[in-house]
Design a protein around this ligand. Structure first.
Ligand code: PMP
Length: 431
């Protein structure tokens, strides 16, 4: 496969865009380096690069593209927005319709606010929780990613009940020292942290189903225990459902799992591919937000008609019968095919899958926390990633990301992917 144009464009990009990419995860740093493939066009389950190569897309733009690229219903909505003005700076009827749709699907969203990214949504839930409780400290879980705002770019201290340290240059120590990071699926560590800091904790922030060190489900009772212990301490539970909302069911992970947070952050899928974020929760907590309450949050593009109309159209597509069954069915086929290919080629892998999202880890171990995901074989993943790209299958260039199936994928796409996986595993074995 030729990548001459991609390579040339990446060289050019390096001169004007830092690192040649607009988000670090798009670089190939985590897979041993190289020029990222530069895409020109997406259609359904495929995209096409600037060298004319076609790929089956499992990146799905890191989650949002659940309908596949350029879905006609969403395209129509975006076209309508373009034709009627993309930004007014006033309320619109569409945002009310959309808020009601979200609330109907995720009943814990008694009131919502729209904004433009998952980062903003999570950042604001933390502010609102602090405003509501009058406390500052936050507990989060190792390996969960919550965007790039200061309070969540914090690394764990030396034990589960020690304060955090900055995980990025530019994050003040003072901010990090308000954040405690504990291992996911480890209720004992969580309890130890709460025993120590409980009365100072404003909120506990968690991805209810993890999407950021692969797809990792909570162990039985984990989320319920978090709820119980957190509420007992007078703190709030925030679910970061930026990846999970509408990914596994028409609703949130909270609806799938039957547990309810106080506040929820949303993004990705709910914009149908256009930039969006939203947060919401209990009415008395949300009423802390300006103009009703003292916690400030605003945005020039917040609730813009293009993102809202695209989001409404996306949910309309997802609400149709059989959508999540299709994702689950293809997910199961893909999982089975990859496992068989691994067995045939003596490659040790573990797959975590929920419906149409899965992660292939190069390890024999079961993965239920970040430390285990960290210990999987990244070098082999890097080689595997490149072998797949060369056969026209696009994955995220990181061992921690999920493969996302869209409603545009077909059984033929899955078969072709399994064929490519077989070839890739065969090459890995030879090396
Ligand atoms: N939360 C989670 C769980 C995410 O996966 C992400 C993005 N990968 C974010 C928040 C941040 O969202 P955005 O990139 O839209 O700012």
């Amino acid at each position: 496969m030729q990548h001459t144009n991609s390579e040339r464009l990446h060289e050019e990009a390096l001169k004007v865009i830092v690192g040649g990419v607009n988000s670090p995860s798009r670089s190939y740093k985590a897979v041993g380096g190289g020029s990222p493939v530069v895409m020109e066009r997406g259609q359904g389950a495929y995209f096409f690069d600037v060298d004319g190569n076609q790929y089956i897309d499992y990146l799905a733009a890191y989650g949002p593209i659940i309908t596949g690229h350029a879905h006609p219903h969403i395209t129509k909505a975006i076209t309508r927005a373009a034709e009627t003005g993309v930004l007014y700076g006033t309320p619109t009827p569409h945002e009310i319709t959309f808020a009601k749709m979200l609330q109907e699907a995720i009943p814990s969203l008694e009131k919502v606010r729209f904004m433009n990214s998952g980062t903003e949504a999570v950042m604001t839930t933390i502010r609102v929780a602090r405003a509501y409780t009058g406390r500052n400290k936050l507990i989060k879980f190792a390996g969960c990613y919550h965007g790039h705002s200061d309070p969540v770019l914090v690394a764990a201290g030396s034990g589960p009940s020690t304060l955090g340290t900055p995980d990025s240059a530019g994050v003040p120590k003072a901010i990090a020292s308000d954040v405690i990071t504990v291992p996911f699926n480890d209720i004992k560590s969580f309890k130890a942290a709460m025993d120590k800091w409980g009365q100072e904790i404003a909120a506990v922030l968690v991805e209810p189903i993890v999407g950021n060190f692969g797809i990792v489900e909570p162990l039985e009772g984990f989320l319920q225990s978090i709820n119980d212990i957190t509420h007992q301490a007078g703190a709030l539970v925030i679910y970061d459902e930026v990846i999970t909302a509408f990914r596994f069911t028409y609703g949130g992970a909270q609806d799938l799992l039957g547990v309810k947070p106080d506040l929820t952050a949303l993004g990705k899928v709910i914009g149908g591919g256009l930039p969006i974020g939203a947060y919401g929760g209990k009415k008395d907590i949300m009423d802390k937000v300006a103009p009703i309450g003292p916690a400030y949050q605003a945005g020039t593009h917040a609730g813009n008609p293009a993102s809202i109309l695209s989001g409404i159209a996306c949910l309309e597509v997802l609400k149709q019968d059989g959508v999540y069954e299709h994702l689950d069915r293809l997910g199961a086929l893909l999982e089975k095919g990859i496992l068989e290919a691994a067995e045939n080629n003596n490659i040790s892998i573990t797959i975590n899958r929920l419906k149409g999202a899965l992660t292939v880890y190069f390890t024999e171990e079961k993965i239920f926390n970040y430390e285990q995901a960290e210990n999987t074989d990244g070098e082999t993943f890097g080689k595997f990633f490149k072998l797949m790209v060369e056969q026209g299958v696009m994955l995220a260039p990181s061992k921690y990301e999920a493969w996302f199936i869209t409603i545009a994928h077909t059984e033929e796409d899955i078969d072709a992917t399994i064929h490519a996986v077989n070839n890739a595993f065969e090459s890995l074995q030879e090396k």
